[in-house]
Design a protein around this ligand. Structure first.
Ligand SMILES: [Zn+2]
Ligand SMILES: [Zn+2]
Length: 320
């Protein structure tokens, strides 16, 4: 099947997808961490700094970017000297489904448990729940195997070329870091997972579809294999080639990927994605995150995070 894929068309679709635009916008690790901090109740500069261990300059830069993107709104909480608290906008709150998917992935596969709520309570049904990815049309569970994909690449003029892969930076993860996707998962790994879902299984296909140079791609694929996000084996038809496939943990990233794509398309770009998943029910797949207990769609205001050892200090300090 992989031999038959149109890699050039896949490249165009990926480059113009709401996924790669969304990841270019908010997919860098610190931005993800700052946003997740918001959902864990952080609102002030010092709180992010304290909890994330993020350098002042970097934090100031990310906050400015999130304000420019309309995701955070500064409101003064003190006049002399002037200090601001940063509140999530409606556009940021619309990211909640992907935050839930991220937490669900992290609980199942991640190495960073601390800072995460230990459990989530769905207020309307009163049960502790796991967030489940479902299809908006039929409300059934959705996963890679219950979807096929249609590609509708945009014209080259409308495409945003994928940004160059950033140098691999080794970040120091403190134990108090509010967990996002753990260090194995960054925006390039997510794009590689998406390319594999779209049928690119060989090195040359991935390199072309993602526009990643050989040495960078080789390093990334090796890291992903070592950390259990990809499996590799000699190709059955051509022993000189390796074939890359998803593992259970990378297949499980689908929820985050489709929720981020949906958010980027709806809340930010106001466009449909060039990658259109079709669910087994026959309808274009629209992500809906549901409660595992009552199967109703979950909204941010209905969820009460539960902490076994009390809420993280920074969130408790919040007084406004
Ligand atoms: Zn469906
Ligand atoms: Zn429920």
């Amino acid at each position: 099947m992989s031999a038959a894929i149109d890699v050039e068309r896949t490249r165009q679709a990926l480059a113009s997808s709401t996924l790669s635009q969304g990841l270019a916008m908010v997919g860098d690790r610190w931005t993800v961490q700052v946003l997740l901090g918001t959902f864990l109740g952080l609102k002030r500069f010092e709180q992010w700094q304290q909890v994330l261990g993020i350098p002042r300059h970097t934090l100031a830069q990310r906050l400015r970017k999130l304000i420019d993107l309309g995701l955070l709104r500064p409101r003064p909480y003190q006049l002399k000297p002037l200090r601001h608290a940063y509140h999530a906008s409606a556009k940021a709150m619309a990211m909640y489904p992907q935050v839930l998917m991220m937490w669900a992935w992290e609980k199942r596969w991640g190495g960073l448990q601390s800072g995460l709520p230990d459990a989530l309570l769905h207020r309307p049904c009163g049960h502790l729940f796991a967030p489940v990815l479902t299809c908006q049309a039929c409300e059934q569970d959705a996963e890679v195997t219950t979807m096929r994909v249609q590609l509708q690449p945009r014209s080259p003029q409308a495409q945003t070329p994928p940004t160059r892969p950033a140098r691999t930076t080794r970040l120091v993860w403190r134990s108090a870091t509010p967990a996002g996707l753990d260090h194995r998962v960054d925006r390039w790994n997510l794009l590689i997972v998406a390319a594999v879902v779209l049928g690119c299984h060989h090195f040359d296909q991935l390199s072309q579809a993602l526009g990643i140079g050989s040495s960078t791609l080789a390093r990334r694929l090796q890291n992903m294999v070592e950390s259990g996000l990809l499996r590799t084996e000699a190709d059955r038809h051509d022993g000189r080639r390796r074939r890359y496939t998803l593992t259970d943990s990378s297949r499980d990233l689908l929820g985050y990927i489709v929720c981020l794509s949906r958010w980027a398309g709806q809340a930010h770009l106001q466009q449909a994605s060039s990658i259109v998943p079709i669910h087994t029910c026959g309808k274009p797949f629209v992500a809906r995150v549901a409660c595992s207990a009552c199967r109703q769609e979950v909204h941010a205001w209905q969820v009460q995070p539960q902490y076994r050892n009390g809420q993280p200090a920074a969130a408790l300090e919040e007084s406004d």
